[in-house]
Design a protein around this ligand. Structure first.
Ligand SMILES: [Zn+2]
Length: 257
């Protein structure tokens, strides 16, 4: 796993992930981790990976490189946090070159993920945007919805950003009400996932249906339905927390727990 301790990185030499404008470079072994070598100037250390330093390098890249989303389908699961960190750290550095308070150029600190303004001492850290993602259940049924952006026949769980000042549980109730118009009772935490498009942090919840009929706005959500385990639509990809929420619920229905 990625050891996120920058003080252990004492040399500009190690593994590298090369991120282009549209994709991530394939390594000789078919993955995204380039073999150990001297890092190019501008490479940003992420920590330690399998006993050696690892960095990310942003460049123009090539149109042939698979996109980060394409990589998600093929990468070993333990490399997902690495890709997610690489993409988010790079995006943060690109978006925080100048101080948001006084406008001076920011300087990156060596041993933590922080940009520092020498003018006013303001610091900025990698941006992480918390979102809730929730599966509404009613007995053995689950409520799944589809956005017009989805591939044909695919349905998924509901998701949305947590607003400033709001708890995750409040966000679950609000998003559910806004998107499908139903009320939910008990809300229980499942697990979380970093989602680097561009910097979401997904908090997964189950929400038990409490009342109301499905009402959709037809814009963000074009359809929402109750599904039984015997009659499922196309589901989101396996590596997503949405899939894990659904899969875990199906298991609990099958085992009666
Ligand atoms: Zn400043």
């Amino acid at each position: 796993m990625l050891i996120r301790d920058l003080s252990r990185v004492t040399q500009r030499h190690g593994y590298l992930i090369r991120v282009g404008r549209d994709g991530v470079a394939p390594a000789p072994d078919g993955g995204i981790i380039q073999p150990i070598a001297d890092w190019p100037s501008g490479a940003v250390a992420l920590g330690e990976w399998l006993g050696a330093p690892i960095a990310v390098f942003g460049e123009n890249g090539s149109a042939d490189w698979p996109t980060a989303r394409q990589w998600l389908h093929t990468l070993p699961r333990d490399q997902f946090p690495l890709l997610s960190s690489a993409l988010q750290v790079l995006k943060w550095l690109r978006d925080h070159r100048f101080c948001g308070r006084c406008g001076k150029r920011m300087k990156r600190l060596e041993h933590e993920f922080a940009m520092h303004c020498t003018g006013c001492q303001h610091r900025s850290y990698p941006r992480i945007s918390p979102c809730i993602i929730t599966l509404i259940t009613r007995g053995r049924e689950m409520l799944l919805a589809r956005s017009p952006r989805f591939g044909p026949g695919m349905y998924s769980t509901l998701a949305g950003f947590i607003e400033a000042g709001e708890s995750a549980e409040e966000a679950v109730r609000r998003e559910v009400h806004e998107e499908v118009g139903v009320e939910v009772g008990r809300v229980s935490y499942f697990q979380s996932q970093s989602w680097p498009f561009p910097h979401s942090f997904m908090l997964g919840y189950y929400a038990e249906y409490a009342g109301g009929d499905i009402t959709i706005d037809g814009v963000e959500i074009e359809d929402a339905q109750w599904f039984t385990p015997e009659d499922l639509p196309g589901l989101p990809p396996k590596f997503s927390i949405s899939h894990a929420l659904i899969d875990n619920f199906l298991r609990s229905v099958a085992t009666g727990r």
